[in-house]
Design a protein around this ligand. Sequence first.
Ligand code: G6P
Length: 620
Amino acid sequence: MCGIIGYVGKEDATPYLLDGLRRLEYRGYDSSGIAVLDKDGGINLQKCAGRLENLRRQIGDKPESGCCGISHTRWATHGEATDENAHPHFDQSGKLVLVHNGVIENYQKLRDDLEADGHQFLSQTDSEVLGHLIGLAYENQNGVKESNSEERLVAAVREALKKVSGTYGIVVMHVDAPGFLVGARLGSPLIVGLGKDENFLASDVSAVVAHTSDAIYLNDYDLVCLKSDEFKVERIDGGAADFQVSQVEFSAEDVELGDYPHYMLKEIFEQPESIENAFRGRLSDEEASAMLGGLQMSPQELRDVDRIVLVGCGSACHAAMAGEHIIEALSRIPTEVEIASEFRYRNVPLDKHTLVFVISQSGETIDSLGALREAQRKGFRVLSLVNAVGSTIARESDGGTYMHSGPEIGVAATKSFTSQLTLLTLLGLLLGRMRDMSVSDGQEILREIRALPDKVREVLKQNERIKEIALKYVEAPGMLYLGRQFNYSTALEGALKMKEISYIFASGHASAELKHGVIALITEDLPSVFVAPKDSVYEKNMSSMEEVKARKGPVIAITTEGNQELERIADDVIYVPDTIECLNPILSVIPLQLLSYHFAVARDCDVDKPRNLAKSVTVE
Ligand code: G6P
């Protein structure tokens, strides 16, 4: 949450920073700000509440000029989304500015002490306290030559960071050290973008990919000093840092909208390719199995696994729930799902043959990262299923597999979810083929996986029809989602999509649970969406549907192509191509994504930036 970008180079910093903020808006968008060191050596700071557009308007015809600056887009934690609470924040002297992503947990005590010493704060944020702390340490620097402002600033950052507990990704700039930025991270992401005569610090590579594809993914406790033609990475305690320059694997074009009105729609329509990217090069016809070399486990080690724990948040957790069914069905290995935020504070019994798998699109979700570290602390091998290459979870896990979905920018997860399901199926196949799964069953799964992209294209062709259905129900006060077995998690995911972007209450349930309470909600106004493919529980699903209809509840059904029977019961039917049971969720979730998308557009909601949410949740 919160996006930060700093620029130091030979050009005017403002356009770079504003463009970078646009790319980072998915991380938070309730206020934004920018500070540029102007040519006269002063700090020109502009910030305001609301979307980035407000900041652009404020800067308007008086753009700051200067070649070094920092900026921020905020997702409020401490203090409301006001102009004052927007970053950057000054220190007491007014000579230092800071942007911060994370939470300073002991900020109140620090603030009280600083106030007792005469410091005056202009905001309610924890971040401003850190700015004051660094500024104070800078003023009090002894032992570093007065004239060497850069060294003094670095020493001040090191000293101040010793006093804080919590998480941070920060960038700091001081008028005494023009053309010089200091960044540091602990628990919040920060990357260095290395350009020609210009360098960047940002929360994520998407902010800099238009200018460079050379990036350093900083580790926790790294500190970086940046000039236009020079960089130095060290540990915050002064030790040597272990870093490397990586190539960003996507281009600036990949993060553009193209002809689509919203990223969410673009990403829904990218699913034939993103699913193919997830399985490309990973299917072995010879072995009728999957090849997941990134797991870095020998066949013997994989054979020894007798329990799997899948961990994630939000949609990744729903993918994990589908994964539980898939892995158990294909490999018979007992699999459980843990919500990452619960796992990290619970003493989950694990034994030496338990494999922990963390699932995360961004690879930065703090609770998922916390779960990974907790399991590793206990000595367990933790694998990851991540989209963002070079992200913290990907780097800290003991192995894993990348989703290769390309950047997902819409806050509501879409293509990452279907890629996660694809890869969990490959995992189930691999483990299954090491146990009792026959060659012919393995071959059938491979065939069906390969057929997925075309089948997804078939589903996408129904976009207009799904839009019509959405418009028909757009005044609904809420929505129920029902599914069973493999599609219970599809129902949960469909409800989550609806809630997060349309702001109407929606809940997902196992169909048969309807009669244990949810049915009390059924009225003529409340639509129920049934995920009811022609599978082993189809008849049971159909009975639940009848129960809703008997109480006059409208029903939208997702079922298998060719199954006309539901036209008789449901008010609206959406068809998906036939596939094997465990792969059906990949097809069935797509109409649900489209339904929520069209609902949100019709209700005039901000589809890509829903209120109160952020794509990458890097605070607890
Ligand atoms: C946020 C996003 C969700 C996402 C969840 C987990 O809540 O809004 O769309 O599913 O985080 O994110 P991750 O990056 O770990 O998959």
